[in-house]
Design a protein around this ligand. Structure first.
Ligand code: MLT
Length: 251
């Protein structure tokens, strides 16, 4: 039996970023879940105080228990990768294999934290519009079409300001997870867009190099958000990895 796949979205997006992967992986016979993290997409918000990478990971753990018999292959994109790392630390039995997509294990630098707090202030005062305007060109590389830029801007515009503020504060407070990587004993795939300026290929190579059973795939010309910019290449990388995993035997 093929394993169930859970894909965790990034910031400030929703499960909509996984539409091409949901289609591609389901067509190949996998069960796929793409939950909205609290407050994003169609999910119910949590209070700002109760948002953390760990509380988001608890939500994913509940989903895996409910829908996947207690363990799944889990993929995390960027912020979703931070959540995946918290899941691996707190509920390692829930993850049979991991896919880290354009993400990294470190905590924020002081500069990144300052930038997050500045964004929180912007969203508090002006709502989501300014970041829907500025972020697509950081998430996508120059080769992205104007239509895709627009699609990503609209996805950001649909996210509630409270969810964006709570997730930014939760990411600013997150711990460094680097020490966990050498202890992982599950098959792992690290994927990065060659033109990702947020978590560049060198960051992905360092992440992959620290994990004992990891393979690294670079997607040519893709920016950070490869799920939408190079969906077929990302699907192929995921499927090659998924198809290499041992089948599950249920007694
Ligand atoms: C993301 O794409 O989820 C963000 O770049 C993560 C972050 O802000 O650190």
């Amino acid at each position: 039996m093929k394993p169930t796949v859970v894909l965790i979205h990034g910031f400030p997006l929703s499960s909509a970023m996984w539409e091409p992967q949901t289609k591609g992986l389901k067509a190949a016979g996998y069960r796929v879940f793409t939950p909205d993290l609290p407050g994003f997409g169609n999910s119910r918000p949590k209070s700002q105080e109760s948002c953390s990478m760990e509380s988001f990971a608890d939500e994913i753990f509940s989903l895996i228990k409910r829908q996947a018999g207690g363990s799944a292959v889990v993929g995390g994109f960027s912020m979703g990768g931070y959540v995946l790392l918290a899941l691996l630390r707190d509920h390692p039995e829930a993850v049979s294999a991991a896919m880290f997509i354009d993400t990294h294990p470190a905590a924020d630098t002081p500069e990144t934290r300052t930038n997050r707090l500045a964004m929180v202030e912007t969203v508090r005062k002006q709502g989501v519009a300014p970041i829907a305007e500025s972020m697509p060109e950081k998430l996508l590389s120059k080769s992205a079409s104007p239509e895709l830029m627009q699609e990503v801007a609209e996805m950001i515009r649909r996210q509630p300001p409270q969810a964006i503020i709570a997730a930014q504060l939760a990411m600013a407070a997150r711990r460094d997870q680097t020490d966990l990587l050498g202890k992982l004993r599950i098959p792992t795939l690290v994927i990065v867009g060659s033109d990702d300026v947020i978590t560049p290929p060198a960051t992905a190579a360092a992440l992959s190099g620290r994990i004992p059973f990891s393979r690294l795939v670079e997607i040519p010309s893709a920016g950070h958000l490869s799920s939408l910019q190079s969906p077929e290449m990302l699907n192929n990388a995921m499927l090659e990895f998924l198809n290499s995993l041992p089948a599950l035997h249920h007694v």
